[in-house]
Design a protein around this ligand. Structure first.
Ligand code: FAD
Ligand code: DHB
Length: 389
């Protein structure tokens, strides 16, 4: 099989890229290791930046989002039992917080791509990436036990943190920066009514908690936990006990419900600055991971491919290579700003196991400042709603 752009991975990065390329008249094929059902059912992120929503609408992908998403004007920050409302829309000239689950975005992108005649090969695992230093790269993949090959002009590895894309760049050519945070997040989904009209980011002496939503009857909650905690160590009663304590506020009650999904993710910050090697490009989690506080991972993945699609279009339609040569530098300007914001939100809201009384007071003072100061809130809001593209 042959195509112009061979894409590894049908996550947000790979699927958005395939749509952007299609609109520019550029052919692509996506190879995805998992089944369509698995991709469409994996529970991950939930918050979309303002510009991502606008872009989905402009691409004709906004109908279900507009009908089903939750749009909030702001968020709530909580320190101990004190709450403060941050008017994100008022501080950013009207940008709202959109809650629409990642797997719902993926369902919409997959359905529209297939309706356009696009090629997404599910259950197709890339095993080897060949010839990225030549102008005829190829992807070797296994599909239903059969070894196959996709020849292409360029390869885009949108294959997540654990995919083979980044490893295909020689180690000596890779510049990587990373930090493992000394905690993780336990995420749950439960059948319960809304408890509060917007997201609550809570910092408590026991650790961080986040209240978010999926619909009027399904709620998503997160708790700071150990980085290697087993979900078995978190029976439902322990989860509700921790959530009630960390989110407690006078005169308010958290609504409980049956928990039907439970996962633990370790928190990591990671940037591979080498986002291009020859004819291989990295996009999304393949190149960078941010801790989830602030909900930036998905949005940053889409930002990468907006830059990349433009660069590929300039090369393939106008014979201009400056875009592909400067792709990494252009993408990294945003990547480091988002890595910084996610690091800052994480550090401000989580209790580190090694923090002493001095650290704890500095952290509480920082959160108090944001909760009281409109200029500090404006800086948070600008990043939270999404830096300009
Ligand atoms: P991915 O979504 O990881 O997609 C990569 C795709 O590549 C996958 O479908 C994978 O199957 C495929 N692939 C991998 N290897 C191969 C191969 N060899 N051959 C073919 N295909 C392959 N962000 C937030 O903002 N908030 C959250 O609450 C949040 N929760 C998360 C929970 C988990 C468990 C994880 C892993 C991430 C979470 N994130 C969250 C981050 C966010 O979901 C990611 O930033 C986002 O999915 C990145 O998109 P992507 O397209 O770069 O990669
Ligand atoms: C969600 C996840 C986040 O990490 C966040 O900061 C906000 C919302 C969510 O899953 O809804």
């Amino acid at each position: 099989m042959r195509t112009t752009i061979g894409i590894i991975g049908a996550g947000p990065a790979g699927l958005f890229l395939a749509h952007l390329l299609h609109r520019a008249g550029i052919a692509s094929v996506i190879l995805e290791a998992r089944s369509r059902e698995a991709v469409e059912q994996t529970i991950r992120a939930g918050m979309l930046e303002h510009w991502v929503v606008e872009r989905m609408r402009a691409m004709g992908l906004g109908a279900r989002l507009d009908a089903e998403a939750h749009f909030h004007g702001g968020i709530t920050l909580q320190s101990g039992t004190e709450r403060a409302h941050l008017d994100i829309a008022g501080l950013t000239g009207g940008k709202r917080v959109t809650i629409y689950a990642q797997h719902e975005v993926l369902k919409d992108l997959i359905a529209a791509r297939l309706a356009d005649g696009g090629e997404i090969r599910f259950d197709a695992t890339v095993t080897r990436i060949e010839g990225i230093e030549s102008d005829r790269p190829a992807l070797h993949y296994g599909e239903g036990g059969v070894a196959r090959r996709l020849d292409c002009d360029f390869v885009v590895a949108a294959d997540g943190f654990h995919g083979p894309g980044r490893q295909a760049i020689p180690a000596a050519a890779r510049r990587e920066y990373s930090r493992r945070w000394p905690f993780g997040w336990l995420g749950i989904l439960c059948h319960a009514p809304l408890s509060w009209p917007e997201l609550i980011y809570a910092s408590h002496a026991d650790g961080f908690a986040l209240l978010t939503t999926r619909s009027d009857s399904v709620q998503r909650l997160y708790l700071q936990c150990g980085p290697d905690d087993d979900v078995a160590a978190w029976p439902d009663a322990r989860i509700w006990d921790a959530l009630h304590r960390r989110l407690a506020s006078p005169g308010w009650q958290l609504a409980e419900g049956a928990i039907f999904a439970k996962t633990v993710v370790p928190l990591r910050s990671f940037v591979c600055e080498t986002m291009r090697h020859g004819r291989l490009f990295l996009a999304g989690d393949a190149a960078h991971i941010v801790p989830p506080t602030g909900a930036k991972g998905l949005n940053l993945a889409v930002a990468d491919v907006v830059v990349l699609a433009r660069a590929l279009e300039a090369f393939l339609h106008h014979n201009r290579s400056d875009g592909i040569e400067s792709y990494a530098a252009r993408a990294l300007e945003r990547v480091w700003k988002v890595a910084r914001f996610s690091w800052w939100m994480t550090a401000m809201l989580h209790r580190s196991p090694s923090e002493d009384a001095f650290d704890a007071r500095i952290r509480a003072a920082e959160l108090a400042h944001v909760m009281e100061s409109r200029p500090a809130q404006a800086a948070l809001a600008e990043n939270y709603a999404g830096l300009p593209m």
